[in-house]
Write a protein that binds this ligand. Sequence first.
Ligand code: GDP
Ligand code: MN
Length: 402
Amino acid sequence: MDLLEYQGKQLFARHGVPVPTGRPAATVDEAVTAADAVGYPCVVKAQVQIGGRGKLGGIKVASGREEAREHAAAILGMEIRGLRVHEVWIEEASSIEAEHYASIVFDRSAHAPLILFSTKGGVDIEQVAEEDPGAIASLHVDPLLGYQQFHGRRLAFEAGIDADLVRPLTGLLAKLYDAFVGEDAMLIEVNPLIVTPERELRALDAKVTLDGNALFRHPDNAALRNPSAEDAQEQMAKERSLTYVKLDGDIGILGNGAGLVMSTLDVVAQAGGRPANFLDAGGGSKADAIVAAVEVILSDEKVRAVLFNIFGGITRCDEVAKGLIEAFERVRPQVPFVVRLDGTNDEEGRRLLRDAQLPGLVVEATMLGAAERVVELATGTAIAPGRAEPGPSRTTPTLQTR
Ligand code: GDP
Ligand code: MN
């Protein structure tokens, strides 16, 4: 989960990382009130989960109330690389003597957090990495040992920071590391980390990505979740407690059990298709879960055919069949479904499906057969059974042309 800049700064502040004081605002009037409280000059900053706001007009300094009002009016509602600005953060303006860069990211291949530090901050760090890779110092931290002062000193010397800043930097990195571990973050990035004329370090920007799977341990952070910034389907799935990951193909997938769903994705790919999602309805899937899953899968407009791959262990195939029948009643899918039921009560499940005569639903006996069939249906090389007269549908253009 990505935080907005100001949420990141508030998280930093809780861990003692120095940040400019400020206030969020969602309307122009709120922004003016916030600016008055913060004092002038202040900076009006667009709160969107994207970098490079400065260059795109999303960050402006106001020397007085009228300017604060003008900037807030200009920034609120503007679009920055496709993201609408709903909030601004008004903070005291900082005087900048130098702009540095610091980040901590979890390096999975090394099984350890990686700290990066550079005195060439403020600009695009990717560009620095390309043009002058030697300017970025990096160091892994053994998670069992944790951050130690020597880590900071080594980064400081390697990056060539001014001697008087070695100690402040070492202390600041300790706090950032504390925030990284304490909040279950996956990324913390401070760009720029500024040096003030008083020779103090301050985080002028904050990019924080938290581990969504650890949010249950941090109710405060979980409350920051902004559903409107998330993918609509993933949000819908979360609300229905389904494990769903959106992919970019056109074949909707549902299975029970993560391993079965993963191999279903593989088999569909092997048959030449492109899965639209990963959806694990979980063990013991009951009718309600199936209905919810069908709703989520079909809410993706790209889906042209759906594959249900169920292996009945704890899950009973007749339950799944009942769920499907109910889902067809409630949702009335406009795309073909291929169903493979195997395992506990599979015969009963298949019988229920046969009797229900659901339009556009085919039952296949094997996983590979089901995958091949669904790919045919999605690419329009076969006509779904029971779909002699397809109605006006947004998702089945291939059915209409035949
Ligand atoms: P980003 O462009 O989205 O990464 O936003 P940042 O918060 O990093 O701001 C971009 C740039 O705006 C910084 O590198 C600074 O140069 C400038 N800036 C931001 N806040 C202030 C401020 O309080 N005072 C001054 N002088 N410059 C600022
Ligand atoms: Mn920045």
